[in-house]
Design a protein. Structure first.
Length: 648
């Protein structure tokens, strides 16, 4: 490195240095968790510039604008303004940059509009309105849009996606295909593209116009790609095309952290990279600077169980500390109590709340913990930004429960009626006034007044709810909230959720958990009182205080990827919860769940706690018993220390 302003040998370890100074040609950098992936890419850019490569001959592709800015800023700190001409940004950003210059090749004007999510939903809604009956029997526009998007990002026929994902609306395939064709036509007429079109058309531009492709192949002598394990088939093909002339393609990623197949990512892109690029040099970054060795031993042992992957092993640079903990607790309530007590103990040891995180496979698994943290006065921050009881689907179901307790609750009535077809705020207000501004008691003499006031289509959907309320009667509605919730989900809300939400299965799981939670209360009024108090505690403490205080993070594992904390708790480490029962129905599901467990484990720096409740209650009230997760059971016993909650 003679003559370089950067001391590469001193600032990089041997593995990083080998990747940074790689010779020309295809290179695959397998960057395991916590091994300095961003640092390696940044120094690679600096190295190329110091080798007299003009920055405008380098293309850097990332998955977030933030990642691109961070790498460019770091590179600028290393080599100054010489990186100024580098092309860097997300795949969508780069596709748009090229399409702005060549849109006419594909029949678009250069001034095409880019539709955001709201724009796209509005356009699909317009297409639905043109169907006979207004498409009222189809899923809602945003659900259809998610199906169109998944088909686009996986390059699979929409008919195949519909056969797999249309679920409760099977039999409506032809109508959905008609909506899709109308949506595509309207975008063309309006000279507009949605976000998926940017990728699809960016690839089409290269495939259909070789002269355009050749001009960019000549321009970009070096192509660098971050988080390559998260690419979909379109992105991988686009990268292969643009790097095809010089062949200097370096992709950086970790097949162990490929966890986004549900949104179109294909981990086979990284596995097949050497086959698609003969002569590929493979570099492995295995030296981990984040976690203590005891945590890395768990991660290494678990992920080794996956058959299709680049085998590697995290190597610790930190000194030995403590083994991860495994707590076998009675149920979700005891799990929450155990976590809260351990958080308080860790605070006494000197850990800050913002140095800790609680991770889980699905949002509903943290419901009881949110309640107990609130009661204990421990501030928390949800990565999703929406607390359990403030989510739309939970508030929808709670509206019926509120009306049973307080028949004068006009807001709850308006929300409940708004779930019905053809009932907007004005119609709901008119009905409310027409029934005397009071929800009638669930009796044969009183309750039918609501159905009679509804439009015919809405009345048909309301009838099963009315029958449910009548079958339960006044006494059960007021004393058995879990029955009320369970039956409302079954006769009405599950179908509504399937039509309304893309991820309706997980929302139904949330609601089933709400029903289980309701069982512990002696009556419906007590349940609502508890929910209201918990929901309003933050408001009482003051918004400014909440925003400025340190808080423990609660997050799904998917949302935690790329983050790290000194202390990590992982909830519901039981078979059926993590791995999830639904994922195990897919032949590749267990492998992705194992990668998800690896991601959860490697978020922790110092302390790692696995929580495994023995039981919870099913929708029928009967106990359901859980075995510890296979990812825990497979581990040698000496890798974990067993905790005894009762001893605290």
């Amino acid at each position: 490195m003679t003559g370089s302003a950067i001391r590469y040998e001193a600032e990089l370890n041997e593995q990083q240095l080998a990747a940074v100074t790689a010779p020309d040609g295809a290179a695959l950098v397998i960057a395991a968790a916590g091994t300095g992936k961003t640092r390696t890419l940044t120094y690679r850019v600096a190295w190329l510039v110091e080798q007299h490569v003009d920055a405008d001959r380098i293309l850097l592709l990332t998955f977030t604008n933030r990642a691109a800015r961070e790498m460019l800023q770091r590179a600028q700190q290393l080599v100054g303004s010489r990186v100024g001409g580098l092309w860097g940004g997300t795949f969508h950003h780069m596709a748009n940059r090229l399409l702005r210059r060549h849109a006419d090749c594909l029949g678009y004007g250069h001034d095409y509009s880019i539709l955001d999510q709201d724009d796209s939903v509005s356009l699909v809604k317009a297409c639905l309105r043109d169907l006979p009956g207004g498409g009222k029997d189809l899923p809602k526009a945003d659900v259809l849009l998610s199906l169109f998007s998944y088909a686009a990002n996986t390059s699979r026929p929409l008919t195949t996606i519909l056969a797999q994902r249309l679920g409760k609306f099977a039999g409506s395939e032809e109508a959905v295909l008609h909506v899709h064709r109308a949506y595509e036509k309207r975008k063309r007429v309006q000279n507009a593209m949605d976000f998926d079109d940017l990728l699809v058309n960016g690839l089409a531009l290269f495939r259909e116009h070789p002269q355009v492709l050749e001009s960019y192949q000549r321009r970009f002598r070096y192509v660098l790609v971050d988080e390559y394990q998260d690419t979909n088939i379109i992105q991988a093909a686009w990268v292969d095309a643009v790097s095809g002339l010089h062949g200097n393609l370096m992709v950086v990623g970790d097949d162990f952290q490929s966890i986004y197949s549900w949104r179109g990512a294909d981990f086979r892109n990284i596995l097949s990279f050497p086959e698609r690029h003969p002569g590929t040099t493979i570099f492995k970054l295995e030296i981990n600077y984040r976690s203590v060795p005891e945590i890395l031993q768990v991660a290494n042992r678990c992920i080794a169980g996956n058959p299709e992957q680049f085998q590697k092993e995290l190597q610790a640079r930190r000194e030995p500390y403590r083994k991860p903990w495994f707590f076998r607790v009675r149920d979700g309530s005891e799990q929450s109590a155990c976590v809260v007590e351990r958080i308080q103990s860790l605070q006494r040891e000197g850990y800050r709340l913002d140095e800790m995180a609680v991770l889980y496979r699905a949002h509903f698994q943290a419901m009881e913990l949110q309640l107990l943290l609130t009661r204990a006065g421990i501030p928390f921050l949800l990565t999703s930004g929406v607390r359990f009881f403030e989510q739309a689907h939970v508030k929808d179901v709670a509206a019926l429960v509120r009306l049973v307790v307080n028949p004068s609750d006009e807001l709850a009535f308006g929300r409940l009626m708004g779930l019905l077809p053809r009932v907007g705020p004005k119609t709901a207000a008119k009905i409310w006034n027409g029934i005397g501004q009071r929800f009638p008691a669930p009796t044969p003499d009183a309750l039918p007044v609501v159905r009679k006031a509804l439009p015919a289509e809405a009345a048909k959907k309301w009838e099963p709810v009315e029958d449910t309320l009548l079958s339960l009667g006044v006494e059960d509605c007021r004393t058995q909230p879990q029955k009320l919730i369970e039956r409302f989900i079954t006769v009405f809300y599950e179908e509504y959720a399937a039509k309304t939400f893309e991820n309706y299965e997980s929302r139904v799981e949330d609601l089933n958990e709400l029903a289980r939670f309701a069982e512990r209360f002696e009556d419906t009024r007590s349940l609502l009182s508890e929910l209201a108090l918990l929901t309003n505690l933050d408001a009482e403490r003051g918004r400014e205080e909440v925003e400025n205080e340190e808080r423990i993070r609660l997050s799904t594992v998917h949302q935690a990827k790329g983050l790290e904390w000194k202390v990590v708790f992982v909830l519901w480490m039981t078979d059926g919860m993590f791995p999830s029962a639904r994922s195990l129905l897919d032949e590749t599901g267990e492998a992705e769940e194992r990668r998800l467990f690896y991601v959860a484990t490697t978020r922790a720096k110092d302390e790692l706690f696995f929580m495994a409740p023995q039981m919870n209650r099913g929708r029928d009230g009967a106990p359901q018993y859980h075995s510890p997760s296979r990812f825990i059971s497979e581990l040698p016993r000496d890798l974990l220390q067993r905790g005894d909650y009762s001893a605290w």
